[in-house]
Design a protein around this ligand. Structure first.
Ligand code: SAM
Length: 221
């Protein structure tokens, strides 16, 4: 008998089940043939983190990224991480619990929230493609509200590309494992969308044969 899904977005693969959440870092290491650690370090290096930055990480997962960011900070810096998964919360707290300036908040990022604070940098990696488009826009509202003017938004996710131009093996893997929302995500013009939210000064960093992009955008005044 088919189990009823408790996901809010049934087609989403970023709303992880318990097994995927528990094994997330391991799965990414295997799926990237061991390249994930080096890749994520390079992407975070491109954030140009300053030692006293206040960073918000949306859909933070296990805390692997927070730990890498943390190496750039002094005790006046701060990382606030959000995820709605109780399994991720447990893993995150084991990994990062001893760092006083890394906080975890169990919170949905696709619904309005108010931290009564604004950040120098907001980071979201491999989350936003997994929502229906109108929900992505709700996430962007949260990003905009929580960034200082002149603050930087970093979106690490699939880049924009034509699926039919992808090499056959990559295409097979993408079509087999990605959710239907991702097919829509790769077709969108994200610089144009972000411009509509008063973001400007875009910079792009590409990885994995340009199929993954770190898009950097500044919140305009
Ligand atoms: C594919 S993982 C990426 C994790 C992390 N950003 C990384 O790059 O390692 C997606 C994460 O988003 C979280 N997530 C999914 N939907 C969410 C939501 N509506 N609100 C908050 N977190 C969410 C999941 O629990 C999971 O940790």
């Amino acid at each position: 008998m088919k189990m009823k899904s408790d996901k809010l977005y049934p087609e989403s693969k970023v709303e992880l089940n318990s097994f995927s959440a528990k094994n997330y870092d391991r799965i990414m290491n295997i799926a990237s043939f061991g390249l994930y650690c080096g890749f994520i370090r390079k992407a975070i290096q491109a954030m140009d983190i300053q030692s006293e930055d206040k960073i918000l990480d949306l859909g933070c997962g296990t805390g692997r990224n927070a730990l890498i960011m943390n190496a750039y900070l002094n005790p006046n810096g701060k990382i606030t991480c959000m995820d709605n998964s109780p399994v991720m919360e447990e893993i995150f707290k084991k990994k990062c619990g001893k760092y006083k300036h890394i906080d975890f908040i169990r919170q949905r990022i696709d619904q309005p929230f108010d931290l009564s604070d604004q950040f120098d940098k907001v980071w979201i990696s491999f989350v936003i493609h997994g929502f229906p488009h109108e929900i992505r826009l709700a996430v962007l509202e949260n990003v905009f509200k929580h960034l200082k003017t002149g603050g930087l938004f970093f979106m690490l996710d699939f880049s924009e590309f034509e699926l039919h131009e992808m090499p056959a093996l990559y295409r097979f893997v993408f079509q087999r494992f990605e959710c239907k929302y991702a097919f829509d995500f790769i077709k969108r013009d994200w610089k144009k969308i972000l411009s509509g939210y008063h973001f400007a000064k875009f910079e792009e960093f590409f990885f994995f044969d340009r199929y993954v992009r770190l898009l950097r955008a500044e919140k305009a005044g």
